[in-house]
Design a protein around this ligand. Structure first.
Ligand code: MGD
Ligand code: MGD
Ligand code: SF4
Ligand code: MO
Length: 882
């Protein structure tokens, strides 16, 4: 009998409900929870592959001190002692926590309570600084609170959905599918995508505005001016419920269409089409994500968007409003507990003396941080210059994900005392820790998360933690007790913590603060176990609507919303390419979890740079060449070129996922300077300046192997998990003794291994294959040019029987036999359907995404690959390194 557990996906902010089943043999399978109101049973490719990420490969199983296994007591005592000593000697601001939107609310609550209330410093910041800080700041400027007004249902009810700087199809796939389904059933619904790149999301767009990088403020200022000129201002709403429109209009002072075109990089026609559509449609939702937040003008972009909604009164009503899409599963929960250095707790303000007093009385704490702490970039600067001497990093991998990543790496390396809590043992950040604390992960830990629409859902444990791994809240409370705060951190369970968090949200609130979940202040273990997903607010008494601001009341002291005057960003004329960075469909951040799944690794198996065909030609870069990209402050990456007409000219797009664990030199953030938005402190992660050149290597090679090589003496390498082994792309100089000797050495191939080799002295191509009695152990394809062998076919050879020794020679050709068709690069991760399968189906008469689905099942599970199937149908495949 399988045991079923309702839980929540640990990846993106859509917050899908998952049913995880564990059978008698302990095998886990997952499916979407049909009753969860975020996804109604759907899951994307990442959610569907969750069971494949639960193995123990690379898991941190025991605490470690300086690389040696230690007991929990020794590790916790040491952390408490070093933090206490540092605070005693250098004061509370000499220590810091750098935490994460992937912590559960309960973990986050105790971390914030310890730092702000008991250590007495504001020095707790989070990777949400890199993610949501501009939205938080924009909300607070406009509404007086960090409030997301609407719900997902509003996206389906809208007649126009504007997606600004959001690649929803890949980054919030289930929400994308909900919009796509709504549009399919109501074709009058329109979608506009504002993104410099033509992404998978633009495939459902009626209008794609390939805006100039950072042209967003100009676009929405232009829209505000247009709304005023064409008498579309909702005077009644503006008069009763807002202030500051006149100043905002002066700042948005109408540019001529030519100037607006210049500032936005868009044609006059497309600008007009957008303005007319927005002006004429009452039910508009404007969703925004990292193309908005991660910018030096991020907060202004947020307010430029909100200004247009306030001006038209399109907020707080069904099917309309500004909508910030949160990235991480618990970005919202982190904001609720005050995990940002400039927040307090329960949406109270650290700058406000009454709020500080209230929180301190509630916590009965000896002290309270009296000013904001250091924001992420400043925090790592303070680590670098020695002001911060003890640092605890939880559930984030800043050596990969922070801008100026080499500087951050050096700062952590030089810090006198670094603690890292992680599930994995060997992350780029964990390698630098003095103390490593093993954390339980998804499926092993319990707590709550809040999704983009303010819906709180339970994550439930259905597996026991491996080794001695313990939940993060336990790490923190144990250290707090040892520092001397036993009674304040005497929590027995996540339910206990949640109850206190709920009580604080209601404490002396009376409707003055948006975040109130007082209904759960007395929740007990059983009720917590049974907790169904709910929207906040949920005050102890009285009903509140799921949607905020329906009564036109905001949280500034005068109850009004504010228009914020925002200045149009001048067009930058710097030399070089603009480096745009972001995500791919099937990987999550630094890949410590999705990298474990062969299916998820098949979609994009190598770090790449998307470059416009003409820019590539200008730089002598051909299809599948390697390129070297250099940042202004010296960072450098080497990645595969992916030529495309979907990329804007003058821009490069690099995914953020590869680390020193998975590639030789592909940490994108080594190229990105730590320039931040002046209001929010959020780094501009999408607008670095870089230069590009073709990288010429003595040879290129492709290796499939059952075991991971023990050494990689190549100037370029990238590795990915495959079914039955690994695939590696290599380039550089020939290793000592040649490839055969290297393979034998580094894979520890015994003398009984059957090696089949082929070399063509004219072309320089060579191939070496190693077999045991029945299986392929490794195959390497070496060439002076980028290797042309079919990757998927080669990978598949790890999983077929090669007992017939004569047939082995045929493999050397590197080409599939006709009875074993080559799938080509994997498009559908759920059913492992490749591009060649789809092309063959097209040849056999399949002419629609649905027909392909019927023939091959591709696109019929999570649906994340449907835009790519459509593109293959349109004969415009986007293929990485193939
Ligand atoms: N598959 C996958 N999904 C994820 C994640 C993941 O790692 N993998 N991470 C999650 C997290 S934490 C986050 S924050 C979200 C991020 O979700 P998104 O914000 O949707 O993703 P990104 O790829 O970072 O960037 C979005 C788009 O911004 C565009 N852009 C760049 N510069 C500009 C600009 O100046 N103006 C405008 N308008 N657009 C611009 C980029 O071209 C890119 O397509 O995704 C979440 N979901
Ligand atoms: N250039 C560029 N840089 C970016 C971005 C970008 O778009 N461009 N995006 C930024 C954004 S929006 C984000 S959110 C960040 C994300 O960047 P990170 O937060 O650094 O990335 P993750 O890989 O999600 O790191 C999470 C870590 O926590 C571990 N972990 C997982 N679950 C648990 C748990 O329950 N407990 C503990 N203790 N550890 C756990 C994982 O193994 C992993 O090491 O990157 C930012 N950096
Ligand atoms: S859309 Fe995908 S990654 Fe996001 S919560 Fe749902 S299943 Fe998880
Ligand atoms: Mo994020």
């Amino acid at each position: 009998m399988a045991c079923e557990n309702r839980t929540t996906c640990p990846y993106c902010g859509v917050g899908c409900g998952v049913i995880a089943s564990v059978d008698d043999a302990g095998t886990v399978t997952v499916r979407g929870d049909p009753e969860h109101p975020a996804n109604f049973g759907r899951l994307c490719s990442k959610g569907s592959a969750l069971a494949e990420t639960l193995d123990l490969d690379g898991r941190l199983l025991f605490p470690q001190i300086n690389g040696q296994r230690s007991s929990w007591d020794a590790a916790l005592d040491l952390v408490a002692e070093r933090f206490s000593d540092t605070i005693a000697e250098h004061g509370p601001d000499s220590v810091a926590f750098y935490v994460s939107g992937q912590l559960l609310t309960e973990d986050y609550y105790v971390a914030n309570k310890l730092m702000k209330g008991f250590i007495g410093s504001g020095n707790i910041d989070t990777n949400s600084r890199l993610c949501m800080a501009s939205s938080v700041a924009g909300h607070r400027r406009a509404f007086g609170s960090d409030t997301v007004p609407g719900t997902y249902a509003d996206l389906e009810l809208a007649d126009l959905v504007v997606l600004v700087g959001s690649n929803l199809a890949w980054c919030h796939p289930v929400l994308y599918q909900r919009i796509a389904a709504a549009k399919a059933s109501r074709p009058t619904m329109k979608v506009v995508v504002v993104d410099p790149r033509r992404t998978a999301t633009s495939d459902i767009a009626d209008l794609h505005l390939a805006v100039r990088p950072d042209g967003d403020v100009a676009l929405f200022n232009g829209l505000l001016a247009h709304l005023a000129e064409t008498n579309r201002i909702d005077e009644a709403f503006v008069g009763s419920h807002t202030s500051g429109l006149a100043e905002a209009l002066i700042a948005a002072s109408p540019l001529s269409m030519a100037a607006l075109s210049e500032a936005t990089g868009l044609s006059g026609l497309s600008i007009r089409q957008f303005f007319w559509l927005f002006a004429d449609t009452e039910r508009v939702v404007t969703c925004y994500s990292q193309g908005v937040n991660q910018s030096a003008s991020g907060t202004d972009k947020v307010n430029a968007i909100i200004n247009c909604h306030l001006a038209t009164g399109r907020i707080g009503r069904s099917g309309m409003g500004p909508f910030s899409l949160t990235g991480q599963p618990n970005a919202m929960g982190g904001r609720e507990v005050g995990g940002l250095a400039n927040m307090l707790a329960a949406h109270m303000a650290i700058e406000n003396a009454d709020d500080r007093d209230r929180v301190q009385r509630f916590w009965k704490s000896p002290r309270i941080a009296d000013r904001p702490g250091l924001k992420a970039v400043d925090m790592f600067d303070a680590v670098a210059d020695g002001r911060i001497k003890a640092l605890w990093i939880m559930s984030t991998n800043p050596v990969v994900s922070m801008p100026d990543a080499d500087k951050v790496k050096a700062a952590i390396d030089a810090c006198p005392f670094v603690v890292v809590s992680d599930m994995q043992g060997d992350t780029d950040t964990g390698r630098l820790a003095h103390v490593l604390l093993p954390a339980t992960g998804w499926g092993e830990k319990s707590g709550t998360v809040t999704n983009s629409e303010r819906r709180v859902s339970r994550q439930r444990a259905f597996l026991s933690g491996p080794g001695e791994a313990r939940p993060d809240w336990w790490h923190i409370t144990e250290v707090a007790r040892r520092i001397g705060f036993a009674s304040a951190f005497d929590f027995a369970s996540p339910a206990d913590i949640f109850a206190e968090h709920a009580a604080l949200s209601a404490f002396e609130n009376d409707g003055s603060r948006d975040f109130d979940i007082g209904a759960f202040a007395a929740i007990d273990e059983d009720q917590y176990d049974d907790l169904r997903p709910f929207h906040w607010p949920r005050p102890a008494t009285g009903e509140m609507s799921d949607r905020f601001f329906s009564d036109g009341r905001f949280y500034h002291p005068d109850g009004k919303a504010r228009f914020i005057p925002v200045a149009t960003v001048p067009v930058s004329e710097q030399a070089g390419f603009i480096l745009n960075t972001g995500r791919v469909r099937d990987h999550w951040h630094t890949m410590t979890r999705t990298g474990k799944s062969a299916r998820l690794s098949a979609h994009m198996a190598e770090p790449y740079c998307e470059i416009h065909l003409l820019d590539a030609a200008d730089h002598g870069v051909g299809h599948a060449d390697l390129v070297r990209i250099t940042g202004q402050s010296g960072g450098e990456v080497i990645v595969r070129a992916l030529l495309s007409d979907r990329q804007a000219r003058g821009s490069l797009f690099l995914p953020m996922h590869w680390s020193d664990e998975t590639a030789s030199a592909a940490r994108v953030d080594t190229l990105v300077p730590s320039l931040t938005d002046p209001v929010s402190g959020q780094p501009a992660l999408k607008q670095a300046r870089v230069s590009l050149e073709r990288y010429s290597a003595g040879f290129h090679a492709f290796l499939v192997t059952r075991n991971r090589p023990s050494d990689l003496p190549f100037s370029y390498w990238a590795t990915a998990k495959t079914e039955g082994g690994y695939r590696l792309e290599l380039a550089g100089d020939e290793p000592d003794g040649g490839f055969g000797a290297w393979l034998s050495r580094s894979l520890e191939l015994g003398a009984d291994v059957d090696m089949v080799a082929y070399a063509d002295s004219t072309s320089g191509d060579s191939r070496i294959l190693a077999f045991d009695d029945t299986n392929l152990l490794a195959a390497i394809f070496v060439s002076r040019a980028p290797v042309a062998v079919s990757r998927q076919w080669a990978v598949d050879q790890l999983n077929v029987d090669h007992g017939d020794r004569l047939a082995r020679c045929r493999l050397v050709a590197g080409r599939p036999e006709t009875n074993r068709p080559d799938r080509g690069a994997i498009v559908c991760a759920c059913f492992s359907v490749g591009v060649n399968d789809i092309r063959r189906a097209v040849d056999h008469g399949c002419r629609s995404v649905e027909a392909i689905g019927e023939a091959l099942a591709a696109g019929t599970n999570c649906g994340s690959c449907r835009p790519e199937i459509r593109r293959i149908l349109d004969a415009q495949p986007l293929l990485a390194a193939e």
